[in-house]
Every structure is written in structure tokens, then in C-alpha cells.
Ligand binder design. Structure first.
Ligand code: SF4
Ligand code: ZN
Ligand code: ZN
Length: 309
């Protein structure tokens, strides 16, 4: 089977949604070109940005690290740093941390770490234990983890004087979040999940998602072809989340109806301006407990920590 782009090398991957058959070289180049195009399309990065890449050690974030390192070589005034958040998940995060560190070292990117324990006084494992003891608390580990990780990243990026945080949210993450918001009855929340965050506050570092139009399967394949080391073990808490059921459902749909994830993503991009008008978002203020930017009087992370005591 011949590659549909170079028409020379043997194809190893059939991209079902576009009908292309790709060789390894054309495949990796197509991912890099797509990331560049996404950055330009949404105006994600400027030539002199100080960018923090959120690197968990998984396939998406290490692939993003390598691709942004390659792109940023053409922008000598820009700088890259990597931050790994150690949530405190026994038997899982330690290996990921090591992998994140090794990848950064290889690319010459400074690597920083921040932990839930040092910021909040608890590891995620301890939070989960406390939540299970309190029967009135119904949230999953991921709900606590994502809120606290977002805050940890913002605090660390601000300390590092970064003006951008690049996260490796893929097309799959984005479409799952859209459906998750619908399933939670939180439809107006979709207005917030833009590829380039537009909430502003002097203490808030802007978030961008250069992988928002790349399917997760392809970030994994990119890491595999480029022989990039990543952590493949899933988080022990992942299966408890509704997101996991949505992931399985979307993957089944994509298999039968190639391109459906793009259709969902693009449909939301079209109606997002209307949702934004309906959402009538309030400006951010500072949390009365910790001073971090929030829409409420007390930020979500502080609310959660209060609830678990
Ligand atoms: Fe945190 Fe959930 Fe991700 Fe595990 S799967 S790292 S608990 S958000
Ligand atoms: Zn080719
Ligand atoms: Zn707070």
C-alpha cells in the first residue's frame, strides 16, 4: 500500500476520516503541520511567549512537548518550560514523573514539579479516602483532581512568569468534555472550553490547546513512530469517571462513522458565540481564601478542601 502523499514510501496508517494512507514520515509531518496550523488558526502563540507546557508523562503531553520544542526552534525569542503536577497517586504518578523529566532533559527544556501535598496539604489518594468516608460527597476523584490540577498549574506558571500554558487536550478530550457538559446538564459551560481561553485576570495565565484538532489515537501513534517514551499505564481512578463511558461510546461511534468527533467539535465551534451570549459570564475576582482568580467568592478548589475538612 503506497503513501497517498509522497507516493513513494509504504503506508503504515489509514486515516479513516480523510481517506489518506500515510507512511511514517508523511504521518509525523502531517501532525506537526496540523499543530502549526491550529496555533495559527486560533492565534494561540506569539513569537516571544514564555510557555509552560503541562506535561503529565502520558502520550499526549510528551508528544506536545516534542512538537512544540520543534516549532519553537524557529522562534528564538520564545521560551519553553515544562511543569508536571504530582497529584499524589501511589504507583502511578512516580513513573510518569520520571518519564516527563527524561523527555525534558533530552530536549533541553527546564522541568518543574508541583505537588498537591505541598500546595493543599493532601495527596489525591488522601483526598479520595476522605471523600469515601463522607457519604454525602458524591464527586469522583477526577472532579477533585482536575480542579486542583488547574489551580496548581496556574500558580506554578505564574511563579515562572509564563504568559501561556499549553495543555495537551486532544480532539477526543474536547468532544468528551462537550458531551460531559451536556450529560451533566451544564450546557452553558461549553462556552468556556475554547481552544484559547479568553477569561482575563492579572493572576490568570492564558491556556491554549494546540492539540484540540488532533485525535488521541494519532498523538499516541506520533509518540510511537518518533520512539518517544511515555507512560502507558492508565490512572487507577480513570475508570470511575463518566468521562470514561463517554470515551468508549465516542470511540465506537468513530469506528462506524469516521469523522464524527470532528463534526461534534466543529458544530460546537459554530454555536459557541451564541452560547457565550447566553452564558453572560461574570468577570473574575479573587478567592477570599487563597486569592486565586475565580468566578465565585471562594474558588472551587478551596470549596472542595473545606467540604472534605
Ligand atoms: Fe486525575 Fe482522573 Fe486524570 Fe487520574 S484520570 S490523573 S484522577 S483527572
Ligand atoms: Zn509518504
Ligand atoms: Zn481559593
Amino acid at each position: 500500500m503506497q503513501c497517498s502523499i509522497c507516493k513513494r514510501r509504504e503506508a503504515f496508517f489509514y486515516r479513516q476520516y480523510s481517506g489518506e494512507k500515510l507512511c511514517k514520515k508523511c504521518f509525523t509531518e502531517s501532525i506537526e503541520a496540523k499543530v502549526k496550523a491550529t496555533i495559527a488558526k486560533y492565534g494561540m502563540l506569539q513569537f516571544d511567549d514564555r510557555i509552560v507546557i503541562a506535561v503529565s508523562g502520558g502520550k499526549d503531553s510528551v508528544s506536545l512537548l516534542h512538537i512544540l520544542a520543534k516549532i519553537e526552534r524557529d522562534y528564538p525569542k520564545a521560551s519553553l518550560m515544562a511543569v508536571t503536577v504530582d497529584e499524589g497517586i501511589r504507583g502511578y504518578r512516580d513513573e510518569a514523573l520520571k518519564i516527563a523529566r527524561e523527555n525534558c532533559k533530552k530536549l533541553g527544556i527546564p522541568h518543574h514539579m508541583v505537588s498537591f501535598k505541598e500546595l493543599y496539604g493532601y495527596r489525591l489518594d488522601e483526598i479520595v479516602k476522605k471523600v469515601k468516608e463522607k457519604r454525602d460527597l458524591k464527586l469522583t476523584p477526577c472532579a477533585y483532581c482536575s480542579v486542583m490540577r488547574r489551580k496548581a498549574l496556574n500558580i506554578t506558571a505564574r511563579k515562572l512568569e509564563a504568559n501561556k500554558i499549553a495543555t495537551a487536550h486532544t480532539l477526543d478530550d474536547e468532544t468528551q468534555t462537550i458531551l460531559l457538559n451536556i450529560f451533566h446538564g451544564d450546557i452553558l459551560r461549553i462556552a468556556r472550553g475554547k481552544p484559547v481561553a479568553d477569561e482575563t485576570h492579572p493572576k490568570l495565565v492564558q491556556k491554549v490547546k494546540p492539540f484540540c484538532e488532533i485525535p488521541e489515537k494519532e498523538t499516541a501513534l506520533y509518540a510511537y513512530v518518533k520512539k518517544i517514551k511515555f507512560q502507558s499505564m492508565p490512572c487507577p481512578y480513570a475508570s470511575e469517571a463518566l468521562r470514561n463511558d463517554i470515551r468508549i461510546m465516542l470511540n465506537r461511534m468513530e469506528e462506524k462513522h469516521a469523522g464524527i468527533k470532528f463534526t461534534i467539535f466543529n458544530s460546537i465551534e459554530k454555536v459557541r458565540p451564541a452560547l457565550e451570549k447566553l452564558a453572560r459570564r461574570e468577570g473574575l475576582k479573587e478567592c477570599s481564601e487563597c486569592g486565586e482568580p475565580t468566578t465565585d467568592r471562594i474558588c472551587k478548589a478551596c470549596q472542595m478542601l473545606k467540604e472534605i475538612g
